[in-house]
Each structure stands twice: as structure tokens, then as C-alpha cells.
Ligand binder design. Structure first.
Ligand code: COA
Length: 328
């Protein structure tokens, strides 16, 4: 059976670390509050001269090296991001140029924290229908430049980085079993960046006066919806494949908040620590990069063995949510 299979993963993070103690000196917060409410201890922050494409390129090169695929063999590059280098051209085109993927079509995809799962879903469909053989899927963000560093409700949550995966056509039982993507646009203004699109242009006085270029979020609403949506996405993937949570070797959830991850895992009955990938204490919420960074870390540390069932589960602004079930 023709399937798509992840044959290489990579990730890239800025060197600069911003700890909770550093944040204590910037806003009225404490390490204790951030740790108990979110589980986050530190996050990585891009330096001057580093952009979303900087990390996307590094993660992509690493994923291509692991897969043993040359950039010119790629048919498609899909890059999930809400913090592109420019409104246009796409950051995917910049990555294409930098890595030398001269035969690929390249585009960005806006699905916030679900961007990587959305991209994986498109890659899977292109491969299964025979229109592509090798696809590079990337999640990359520099959220630190759209975070209001005077707003303690949001600035404690986010970080920068990128993860990437090479997805290839493959025959057999292993690979991506299914992907499922969902949206609920009724909540589009619950988590968003009001300024810098054409409703509130970057140049308008209102955008500047009301600080509309920064992320705005109703944290409690997001929290409640995230847990329900991630459970729904996970259960859809399992039932589509005649499986139950007991079949899952490893859950790789979007890394937004430790309490969201714990609540989702508890609802699914996947409570053992070694069955859930958690790294948000190190990186915070890196939006579309969070799942591919986690996937790469799990892959490189030997947590994904042949035959294992891995469940990717995402939620983000839009709202968007989605899942992917993989047999390693
Ligand atoms: N430090 C200290 N106190 C803070 C704070 C901070 N960084 N941020 C908020 N507070 C205060 C609030 O002002 C509030 O004070 P009050 O009771 O005097 O009004 C109190 O802490 C409780 O705030 P609340 O918003 O109810 O806290 P919470 O338990 O809901 O946690 C979030 C807040 C943001 C951590 C939580 O709602 C969350 O994680 N939501 C999801 C966000 C998310 O994941 N977004 C991305 C999704 S992809």
C-alpha cells in the first residue's frame, strides 16, 4: 500500500535562553507562578539577525541529512508559521533558495500552532495521490517579535525555534496511518495578532497606540477549548484506525501548557510519563514548531522504535486543531 513515511527529522533553536527569573525582572510575575500555571521554566529567543527562515533552514538541513535526501530531490516544501520573515514572499521560498531545493514548489501555511499537522496532512495527501514523492514539512516561528514584553498574561508563554520532517512515499505498513484537521473560526479573535494585516495596517496610528502588533489572548477560553479539541482530534485519529489509547506508544502533544497536556493525556488515559513527550519547560510554546521539535527530540533520543504507534495532537489559534497517527 502506498503511504507517506517520515524518513528524517531536524530541529533548530536559538542559543539565547530567557528564564523565568529573567522575566521576574521584566514584568510582575514569579518563577513559582509561571511554573505552577504553565510548567514552563525557560524559552529560547532569536538574536538580532536571526529570523524564522534562519531556524527553518537549519532544521531542514538536519532533517534532509537524516533522511539522506538531497534538497534538489524535494517536490514540495510546506512551512507552517504565523511569524514569517515577510508578509510576502513566503518564508518557504526563502528556505527553498537557501537549501537549493530547485525542483520544489514552496508555500507557507497559516494554521497557528496546528501548522505542522496541517502541513503533514497536505504532504500525506500529495504523496498518496502520487503527485509528490518527497516533501519537506517545516514548523518555524520567531514569536518573540510579536509578543508584548510588558504583558505578563502572554509574554511568559512563548518561544522561538523550528522543527522539520522529510516525508517520502513508501510501500508497506509503516508510515502515516491518517491525518485529521479541524477548524472552528467562531473563536478567531480569542487568540490573535490584531495588527499588521490589512484590517489594522502596521502604519496606522491606532495599531501603534493600541499596540495591536502584539499577540492578544483570552487565556482561560483558550485553555478550555484546547483540552476538548485535543481530545477530539486524538480520538478521531484512533477510531479511524480501529485503535484505542492503549495502542499508543507515544503521545506528542502541542507544547502550550503543562496543564493542557496533562488534562488531555488524562482524558485519553495515557498517564505514564514515558508515553508522553514533554519539553515545554525548556522551550515554552513555539507554536507550529512545537510538535516537529518534540518529534525530532523523541526520534533522536530513541523513543520511537519500529512498530511503535505515535500520536501527534495539536491545537492553536483560529481555532485550528488536528492529529496524525504514525506507525514507526
Ligand atoms: N504572573 C503572575 N500573575 C499572573 C500572570 C503572571 N505571568 N499572568 C496572569 N496573572 C494573574 C492574573 O492577572 C490573575 O490575577 P487576578 O486573580 O488578580 O485577576 C491571576 O493571575 C489568575 O489569572 P488566570 O488568567 O485566571 O490564570 P490561569 O490559571 O488561567 O493561567 C494562563 C493563565 C495564560 C497560563 C492559562 O489560562 C493558559 O495557559 N491558557 C492557555 C494559553 C495557551 O496555551 N495559548 C496558546 C494555545 S496554542
Amino acid at each position: 500500500m502506498l503511504r507517506s513515511k517520515i524518513t528524517g527529522t531536524g530541529s533548530a533553536l536559538p542559543e539565547k535562553i530567557l528564564t523565568n527569573s529573567d522575566l521576574e525582572r521584566m514584568v510582575d510575575t514569579s518563577d513559582e507562578w509561571i511554573t505552577t500555571r504553565t510548567g514552563i521554566k525557560q524559552r529560547r529567543i532569536a538574536a538580532e539577525g536571526q529570523f524564522t527562515s534562519t531556524f527553518a533552514v537549519e532544521a531542514s538541513r538536519s532533517a534532509l541529512a537524516m533522511a539522506g535526501v538531497k534538497a534538489e530531490e524535494l517536490d514540495l516544501i510546506i512551512l507552517g508559521t504565523v511569524t514569517p520573515d515577510f508578509p510576502f514572499p513566503s518564508t518557504a521560498c526563502i528556505v527553498q533558495h537557501e537549501i537549493g531545493a530547485v525542483n520544489a514548489a514552496a508555500f507557507d501555511l497559516s494554521a497557528a500552532c496546528s501548522g505542522f499537522i496541517y502541513g503533514l496532512s497536505i504532504a500525506d495527501k500529495y504523496i498518496r495521490c502520487g503527485d509528490a514523492k518527497k516533501v519537506l514539512v517545516i514548523g518555524a516561528e520567531v514569536l518573540s517579535r510579536v509578543v508584548d514584553w510588558t504583558d505578563r498574561n502572554t509574554c511568559i508563554l512563548f518561544g522561538d525555534g523550528s522543527g522539520a520532517a522529510v516525508v517520502e512515499a513508501s510501500q508497506g505498513d509503516c508510515g502515516i496511518l491518517s491525518t485529521h484537521i479541524f477548524s472552528n473560526g467562531s473563536y478567531w479573535d480569542t487568540l490573535y495578532q490584531p495588527g499588521c494585516g490589512n484590517r489594522n495596517p502596521a502604519t496606522s496610528e491606532q495599531t501603534i497606540a493600541e499596540r495591536l502588533f502584539y499577540i492578544k489572548m483570552e487565556g482561560n477560553d483558550v485553555f478550555k477549548h484546547a483540552v476538548r479539541a485535543m481530545e477530539e482530534a486524538a480520538c478521531t485519529a484512533l477510531s479511524a484506525n480501529g485503535m484505542t489509547p492503549a495502542d499508543v506508544s507515544l503521545l506528542i502533544p502541542h507544547q502550550a501548557n503543562r496543564r493542557i497536556i496533562d488534562a488531555t493525556a488524562k482524558r485519553l488515559g495515557i498517564t505514564e510519563e514515558d508515553r508522553v513527550v514533554i519539553n515545554l519547560h525548556n522551550y515554552g510554546n513555539t507554536s507550529s514548531a512545537s510538535i516537529p521539535i518534540s518529534l525530532d527530540e523523541a526520534n533522536r533520543s530513541g523513543r520511537m522504535k519500529t512498530g511503535d504507534i505515535v500520536l501527534l495532537d495539536a491545537f492553536g489559534g483560529g481555532f485550528t486543531y488536528g492529529s496524525a497517527l504514525i506507525r514507526c
